[in-house]
Structure formats: C-alpha cells, structure tokens
Design a protein around this ligand. Structure first.
Ligand code: ATP
Length: 329
C-alpha cells in the first residue's frame, strides 16, 4: 500500500478478526526500530483518548517478527496526495476543503490538548477512510489536455479523513530547534532556527488547505532562502523581530535586517520561480468561487509568520469559514 525509508506497508487479511488491515513492516536497523516503538507508544496514547477513534488511524496490534517491528493498523483509503495525483492535480471543491480542514484541525486540537505535536502534517499523511469516488464533469478543463481523461474529475464520495504517521510526533519541550516537517510544509521559525512548538503544525495545516484548493503544493522548493523568498512573495515581508533573532545557520539568509533576496538567489530560475507566485488572496480567488473571503482570512491566521500570534487549532475551528451557515447562502 505504501513504501518509504522506514520500510513497507502491506495490505493483509486478519484471519482472527476477519478484516483487511494495513501492516507497516519496519526495517530492521536500530534507528528505525526505535522510531517504530515511539510510534507505537504515541498510537496507543492517542487511541486511549480518541473517543470514537475517528481522528487518528487506529492501531490494532504490533509484533516483532524476525527483527522487524510490524504495526497492524485499520485499513484506510488513499492519501490526499495520492488522490490529487490520480486526479491530475485538480483541486478539491471548497465544501470538501472545509470538511477536511475541520477534521484536520479537530485532530490537531486533540493532539495539542494531549501536549503532542505531530510535526509532519502533509497530504501524504492524511488518508481518506474510503477509496470510493464519483466522477463529475470538469468545467475548468479548457487549458488542460483531454488525453489524460480529463473531461471529468474525481471527487471522494465521503470527506472522512484520518491522520497517520506518528513516527515524528513529540511532546512539547521548550525551544526545540532541530529541523522538523517535510520541506514544503515547514514553518518559518523552523527554517530560521528560532525554536518551534505546537504552532508548527498549524503552519502545515495552512499550506495543506491551500494545496487542496489549488491542487499544487504552495511552496515548491528545495532551498531555504528560496523558500523564505516564496513566503514573502505570497504573504508579505517577514517581520524584523524574527529576522533579527535568526541562528548561526540561518544568518546567511539575512542582510541589513532583510531577506537577502534576490541578491542571494542561487540561479535566475530560482528568481523566476519566486516572482511567478501570486499573493495569497489571488491564489485562492483563482480557484475558489464562493467563501473565498472567509477562507483567505482563515489562511492569513494559520500562516502568520510569528508563531506566538498564529491561530491555535481551537481558535481556527471557531473561524467563520467553519461556523457560518454555508447552506443558507
Ligand atoms: N492504515 C493505512 N491504510 C492504508 N494505507 C496506509 C495506512 N498506513 C499507511 N498507509 C500507506 O503507506 C504509506 C506510508 O505510511 P507511513 O506514512 O505511516 O510511513 P512513514 O514512516 O511515514 O513513511 P515516510 O516517512 O517515508 O513517508 C502512506 O503514505 C499510505 O499510502
């Protein structure tokens, strides 16, 4: 069902419970075994508190087989990333983004209440609970080639999702500075070495929601300076007080109190990639017809540079994007 640096996930038949399950078979090396045992502990901790078990993937069991830790999970459907990819990176309808966003923030709020930080939220780690989908006509097809079957786009039948991959989940400790998150979803305070906490998950949620609306990752980059420049293009200048406190590693990205851009760029292509990005409201308005105003306002709260004033998961859940009566409009 999936593969990664950790090992493989296989679809299996549980003969005792008579159900399909997903078993993560972890590589035999010590560092992967250790990480797997932390994941088991986190999953058990989450499972104990997750009433109804519909936020995080449920662990059924685990065992050690020929030096491989094997974790047995309930079987879920495709990841949001797999779904987008098979759909030729076509965006999700806004009402689906809202339902997914609500569940994702509910899961993050639940984890944060338990003093846990996921640190690796991304579309690959959010699974639809069902693989079923419907095909609907795609009205935005004109600019795309129809050879990939693209007169239709897929919409999941159910919006139900669960979060997976608790291998990097950690308890909150003051001022952790090691690098976390997968690049595209990494918060500015992590890149700048300013120390991070719960709100690094909130930044990732902001990036994920934009991606679901547009179909493409917001910050497609592999370099720190280019990444920060992309953030400034989409969200405006980084605050002075953050640039002043950067650590030794990140000093090279700052000159005279501002980002060393475009002077420090590694290539012309890099400058081009940054300059072709639009401001956040424009990105959203290109893809969303209704509720764009509410969504933009929510995203501006989730993607605040200063982690101290970034929305918490509970605050985000109270935002009008989620609470307004959308059916009555
Ligand atoms: N319960 C499940 N049901 C269905 N598919 C699953 C399940 N758990 C994992 N998968 C699939 O296996 C993939 C890898 O699983 P997971 O993310 O837990 O491993 P990982 O250690 O995070 O791998 P990496 O860090 O390299 O991404 C997932 O992206 C998903 O496609």
């Amino acid at each position: 069902m999936g593969e990664g640096t950790f090992g493989q996930v296989l679809e299996c038949w549980d003969r005792e419970r008579k159900e399909m399950v997903a078993i993560k078979i972890v590589r035999g090396m010590k560092k992967y075994r250790d990480a797997a045992m932390i994941e088991v502990e986190m999953l058990q901790q989450l499972g104990k508190h997750d009433n109804g078990g519909n936020r995080c993937v449920q662990i059924r069991n685990w065992f050690d087989y020929r030096n491989h830790i094997c974790i047995v999970f309930e079987k879920l459907g495709p990841s949001l990333y797999d779904f987008l990819r098979k759909n030729n990176y076509r965006s999700f309808p806004i009402d689906l983004v809202r339902e997914i966003g609500r569940q994702l923030l509910d899961c993050v709020a639940f984890m944060h209440d338990l003093r846990l930080i996921h640190t690796d939220l991304k579309p690959e780690n959010i699974l639809l609970t069902s693989s079923e989908y419907v095909k609907v006509p795609d009205y935005k097809v004109s600019s795309r080639s129809p050879k990939d079957g693209s007169y239709y786009k897929r919409i999941p039948k159910s919006s139900a999702i669960k979060v997976i991959d608790f291998g990097s989940t950690t308890y909150d400790r003051l001022n952790q500075t090691y690098v976390v998150s997968t690049r595209h979803y990494r918060a500015p305070e992590v890149i700048l070495g300013l120390g991070w906490t719960y709100t690094c998950d909130i930044w990732s949620v902001g990036c994920i929601l934009v991606e679901l609306c547009s179909g493409e990752a917001l910050f497609q980059t592999h370099e720190n300076l280019e990444h920060l420049a992309m953030m400034e293009k989409v969200l405006g200048p980084l605050p002075q007080h953050m640039l002043k406190r950067v650590d030794r590693q990140a000093e090279k990205y700052v000159r005279r109190g501002r980002l060393d851009w475009p002077e420090g760029a590694s290539s012309r292509d890099s400058i081009k990639a940054v300059s072709k990005l639009a401001r956040l409201p424009n990105i959203i308005m290109q893809h969303v017809d209704h509720s764009a105003g509410d969504l933009i306002n929510l995203l501006q709260g989730l993607l605040r540079y200063d982690p101290e004033v970034r929305l918490t998961a509970r605050e985000a859940l109270r935002h009008p994007f989620f609470t307004r009566d959308h059916l009555r409009r």
